[in-house]
Design a protein around this ligand. Structure first.
Ligand code: FES
Ligand SMILES: [Fe+2]
Length: 362
């Protein structure tokens, strides 16, 4: 298992879920989503308990799904509420699992562990996504990537790759000196990176945040809520100026594992300058998209092929000065997965029937 179960994952952007049935697999669990007439989002296991048809191939009838195969109806709690066959009685086991959902900061969050343990306070906060006064946003987008999400976490926590992998699109000159600071608060890691008194990285000139001839200070501060929800605070000022004067080009980059080797990548970039310039919004979206899909994704895919499913630590990767945050993230995620296993083993042993109850040892 490469991901924790007891975690909140961003299932989708709120705008992606409507009165149409929406199918998405998260940590190997096929799910179907929809909005009730009230607007509340429902997430159910996407398999009918009768002959195992995908419920997303059915249709909504009021607030229930009618299975597209033989017509059972399941409501938002997963209970069967209508049986068109025989005397219409509802078989006791006719139930699908429903998942806790919270809609927050324009995102739909799902808890994939035991429902009783779902604590909305633990959902990572992204208040910037609600701040339409300060920022203008690229469209809320989702990439589907054939990648283990942990490779993308490695990538985002070591931005020194920008000078090499994104040399022609986003990066600074190779060898640019930065000041980094890594710190941990529970399952949250901050990895702050400041490049003082330098020519701007391409990303800032390509997106109109700085002029190529400027000498600037720029920053790229990552916050990750493990296992995989990132906020990047990035921006640029003329050298020596206060950060509050800066042109901000920040982003949310939230990963959701689909399977061990595929992931969804929910992202939106936002800026506080030239806010009426719609052409610039498109340029920013296109620049980021090109860097992800033409540079990051192919490289990470090659890495995944070479790793061939082997354990990261057993491959004994060499560690460089910029690896602190990514290594810490791997260790904390491993611990979350180990704690999950402990929880599920404990609950399995609770379910075991004591010997005397099955007539032994009497
Ligand atoms: S498979 Fe759903 S009602 Fe038969
Ligand atoms: Fe990158």
């Amino acid at each position: 298992m490469s991901f924790p179960k007891n975690a909140w994952y961003a299932a989708a952007w709120g705008a992606d879920i409507s009165r149409e049935l929406f199918a998405r697999t998260i940590i190997n669990e096929p799910l179907v989503f929809y909005r009730k007439e009230s607007g509340d989002v429902v997430a159910l296991s996407d398999m009918c308990p009768h002959r195992f048809a995908p419920l997303n191939k059915g249709k909504l009838v009021g607030d229930s799904i009618e299975c597209g195969y033989h017509g059972l109806h399941f409501d938002g709690s997963g209970g069967c509420v209508f049986n068109p066959h025989g005397d219409g009685s509802i078989p006791k086991t006719a139930k699908v699992r429903s998942f806790p959902i919270v809609e927050q900061d324009t995102l739909v969050w799902i808890w994939m562990g035991e429902a009783a343990a779902a604590d909305p306070v633990k959902i990572p906060d992204f208040p910037w996504l609600n701040d339409k006064e300060t920022f203008v946003f690229t469209p809320a987008s989702t990439f589907s990537m054939k990648l283990d999400y942990r490779l993308i976490v490695d990538n985002l926590l070591d931005l020194s790759h920008a000078a090499y992998l994104h040399a022609a699109t986003l990066g600074a000159a190779p060898g640019t000196k930065d000041i980094t600071d890594v710190r941990q608060e529970g399952t949250r890691i901050y990895s702050d990176r400041l490049i003082p008194n330098s020519p701007p990285a391409f990303v800032f000139t390509a997106t109109g945040a700085a002029n190529p001839d400027d000498i600037v200070d720029y920053w790229a501060n990552m916050r990750v809520d493990l296992p995989c929800a990132f906020y990047m605070d990035a921006g640029v000022t003329l050298s020596g100026r206060d950060k509050s004067e800066g042109n901000v080009l920040s982003s949310v980059q939230i990963l959701t594992p689909e399977t061990e080797d595929s992931s969804f990548y929910l992202w939106s970039a936002f800026r506080n300058y030239r806010k009426d310039d719609e052409v610039l919004t498109q340029v920013i979206a296109d620049t980021i998209k090109a860097a992800f899909s033409l540079e990051d994704e192919p490289m990470m895919h090659e890495v995944q092929v070479r790793m061939a499913g082997r354990d990261f630590w057993k491959m004994k990767p060499i560690l460089l000065s910029g690896d602190g945050a990514a290594v810490l993230a791997r260790r904390i995620t491993d611990k979350m997965i180990a704690e999950d296993l402990a929880i599920s083993e404990a609950s399995e042993s609770d379910k075991r029937i004591p010997l005397k109850e099955v007539g032994q040892g009497v």
